[in-house]
Design a protein around this ligand. Structure first.
Ligand SMILES: C[C@@](CO)(OP(=O)(O)O)[C@H](O)COP(=O)(O)OP(=O)(O)OC[C@H]1O[C@@H](n2ccc(N)nc2=O)[C@H](O)[C@@H]1O
Ligand SMILES: Nc1ncnc2c1ncn2[C@@H]1O[C@H](COP(=O)(O)OP(=O)(O)O)[C@@H](O)[C@H]1O
Length: 284
């Protein structure tokens, strides 16, 4: 049997760091949501007890370093599954972009193999398994919109943000999440984003208020290290996006846009100097 799963990209509408923890992770407070840009994952049963990964993308690992491989191995080990699986990743989310592409592939693999092998694992259990693979994986298991705390694995689902367009642009650099967290001075954060403001704007479906409250404490670190990200952010603002923010540890910058008429102008303006630009809808 063969099954398919979609693995959408996430953006962080708010990303605050409360403190650095003794285990090296940072205690965060984030509002995360999904956008309509997704990898497609095909999973096919194999009688032979092995995991094989393939992808058209030449720039991701296809061995045990791949997060989908790790998800398949984890579920096989925990549930003592003796069958194998062939997993093909049709990558559309840019890699190491702050969009959780790898985490979403891992989460989609957990969901898919749960179906393929009739394991009847609850979403809560899949999220617990996912946390072993990465901090963003539990959110990607269920998607939607959520307030994430802890190191990102404690989730409280909330209502969807007001519907809008999301323009995403990724400059041609790779950013390491651990390097960006490592360079953040958690004690010296001068201005924390208003997660409460983002939550109330979403609750009241107030698009303008949502745009005014977007904030990410990792943005300053990445913008200082990579001036091209700052340039991209300024361009998106100049082109008229209603709210602009870097997602996660970057380097992707997203712009929220309420009027469809503006989207083409912003998209074309960015495409003039940046290859990786996408105009998508917020997933609601
Ligand atoms: C910054 C965020 C925001 O959503 O996303 P990305 O930029 O990766 O998309 C996440 O917190 C990233 O989550 P994820 O990419 O799953 O991180 P992990 O694999 O768990 O951790 C990678 C490294 O990031 C650091 N890390 C991660 C999460 C956290 N709360 N505190 C940390 O300090 C640690 O150094 C860790 O070794
Ligand atoms: N299935 C996968 N898709 C993308 N990247 C993967 C995958 N498996 C492992 N990786 C590795 O994970 C790292 C982070 O990738 P990704 O999840 O796209 O970034 P981010 O967490 O910034 O959104 C990259 O260095 C990449 O090589």
């Amino acid at each position: 049997m063969k099954i398919f799963e979609k693995a959408p990209a996430k953006i962080n509408l708010s990303l605050d760091v409360l403190h650095k923890r003794p285990d090296g992770y940072h205690e965060v407070e984030m509002v995360m949501t999904m956008v309509d840009l997704a990898d497609r994952i095909e999973m096919q049963e194999m009688a032979r007890d092995t995991i094989i990964i393939s992808s058209q993308a030449g720039y991701i690992p296809l061995d045990e370093k791949n997060l989908a491989f790790q998800a398949a191995r984890l579920i096989k080990d925990r549930y003592d599954v003796k069958q194998g699986v062939y997993i093909h990743l049709d990558k559309r989310i840019p890699v190491a972009a702050g969009l959780a592409g790898g985490s979403s592939d891992a989460a989609a693999t957990l969901r898919g193999l749960n179906r393929l092998w009739n394991l009847n694992i609850s979403n809560e259990e899949l999220q617990i398994l996912g946390a072993e693979l990465g901090s963003d994986v539990p959110f990607c298991v269920t998607g939607g919109t959520a307030l994430a705390t802890g190191r990102g694995e404690k989730l409280e689902p909330i209502s969807a943000p007001p519907q809008c367009w999301v323009v995403l642009a990724k400059p041609p650099i790779n950013v390491s999440t651990s390097e960006i967290y490592g360079k953040l001075n958690a004690r010296g954060i001068k201005q924390h984003p208003s997660t409460a403001g983002v939550l109330s704007a979403i609750r009241d479906k107030q698009f303008d208020r949502l745009c005014d409250n977007l904030g990410n404490v990792l943005e300053g670190v990445t913008l200082d290290l990579y001036p091209e990200v700052r340039h991209l952010k300024e361009c998106m603002q100049r082109l008229g996006a209603d709210g602009v923010l870097m997602s996660g540890s970057g380097p992707t910058v997203f712009g929220l846009v309420s009027k469809e008429a503006k989207v083409a102008r912003i998209y074309n303006g960015l495409r003039g100097f940046c290859k990786d630009v996408y105009a998508v809808r917020m997933l609601t």
